[in-house]
Ligand binder design. Structure first.
Ligand code: NAD
Ligand code: ZN
Ligand code: ZN
Length: 344
């Protein structure tokens, strides 16, 4: 009989996940079987099970793309990883490796890319498979629970920050201090930037302050755009990880002339739009970038920051069985930092 595992699975969208006993998957060619230690709960998992995005996830769906674990078995032809090695699995499950984007080092926009916990089964399970070439190697002396959020929140904000081109000593506005945002604050500080944190909850701003943000702005208290312009003369760059469209519009207004914003959050799906002033963009020579997770190169770099203790996710461990309660808390904006499922 096949070896069985516990997993949280969605058989339809907009419904609670179910904990089921399922067969442990077999690694195919080039893949490894990962015994999952920890999996962070990213807001993208909630968007997935709520059916917020087009195309919808492949059902049945096992969410989870902030995975750390051990290699338990090797598929045919795997050379880069050994049984017992520690590895992380990110959102970018795979990319084709040969299209114009992959060849240009932009595998994040490969049209044939697969997504962990969206188009492929993810880490809300005791075991999962992943292509060896897309796993992030992890050292022996790291905390596997605190490292889990780096696999998405880390790599995504690290790349988003880099794409603004902001230099050490310049101001970075971070809008949304949730799972992603509290890690963005830390990467920005580690890169020598000054941080203005914007959220609508004081407990999240208190966390940002403890992580080194120098200016704290509650978007519920008056005009957040004016506050940023008045207090720091506008930000050289901004990253938006908030789950509200309003923050995306505000981020443009918070920039100084010549500034760049990376849009990272995906509130309510791809039907949502923003209104931006054309003259503000033109006259201020502002840039707006979308930023989608990160490449394998970004992943290696951002894991290194975390392994060296420069960035540490603030985590709350919960069992797999608590996943629906965690989703409810996330919908209400009640999570400070990141919840990590302690699975293995
Ligand atoms: P989260 O729920 O942990 O955090 C969201 C934060 O936004 C909360 O702190 C909340 O208080 C704050 N917020 C809500 N409304 C706000 C407003 N008007 N102004 C300022 N802040 C506001 O979510 P998360 O896991 O950090 O994910 C954030 C978003 O990023 C999600 O939409 C997720 O899907 C997306 N995401 C995108 C990528 C990518 O590659 N682009 C990767 C991962 C996550
Ligand atoms: Zn994510
Ligand atoms: Zn490609």
């Amino acid at each position: 009989m096949a070896k069985m595992m516990q997993a949280a699975i969605a058989r339809k969208l907009k419904a609670p996940l179910q904990i089921e006993s399922l067969p442990v998957p077999q690694p195919g060619r080039g893949e490894v079987l990962i015994k999952v230690t920890a999996c962070g709960v990213c807001h993208s998992d909630l968007h997935a099970v709520d059916g917020d995005w087009t195309p919808p996830p492949v059902l049945p769906l096992i969410p989870g793309h902030e995975v750390t674990g051990h290699v338990a078995a090797l598929g045919e032809g795997v050379t880069g990883l050994k049984v017992g090695a520690r590895a992380g699995v990110p959102w970018l499950f795979s990319a084709c490796g040969s299209c114009e984007y992959c060849l240009a080092g932009m595998e994040t926009i490969c049209k044939q890319a697969e997504a962990t916990g969206y188009s492929k089964p993810g880490g809300y399970a005791e075991y999962m498979v992943a292509p060896a070439a897309f796993c992030g190697p992890l050292g022996d002396d790291i905390d596997m629970y605190a490292m889990a959020p780096i696999l998405c929140a880390g790599v995504t904000t690290y790349r988003g920050l880099k794409r603004t081109g902001v230099k050490p000593g310049q101001w970075m506005a971070v809008l949304g201090i949730g799972g992603l945002g509290h890690i963005a604050v830390q990467y920005a500080r580690a890169m020598g930037m000054c941080v203005a944190a914007v959220d609508i909850a004081d407990d999240k701003l208190a966390l940002a302050k403890s992580l080194g943000a120098e200016v704290l702005i509650n978007g519920r208290d008056g005009d957040a755009v004016k506050a940023v312009q008045d207090r720091i003369g506008g930000a050289h760059g901004a990253v938006v990880t908030a789950v509200a469209t309003q923050a995306f519009e505000q981020a443009i207004g918070m920039l100084r002339p010549g500034g760049t914003v990376s849009f990272i959050g995906l509130p309510g799906g791809d039907k949502d739009g923003i209104r931006a002033s054309i003259s503000q963009l033109v006259n201020g020579e502002l840039s707006v970038h979308g930023s989608n997770v990160g490449t394998r190169a970004d992943l290696g770099e951002c894991i290194d920051f975390a392994a060296r203790g420069l960035v540490t996710a603030k985590i709350e461990k919960q069992p797999l069985s608590a996943v629906n309660t965690i989703f409810d808390r996330m919908r209400k904006g009640e999570i400070v930092g990141r919840v990590v499922l302690a699975i293995g």
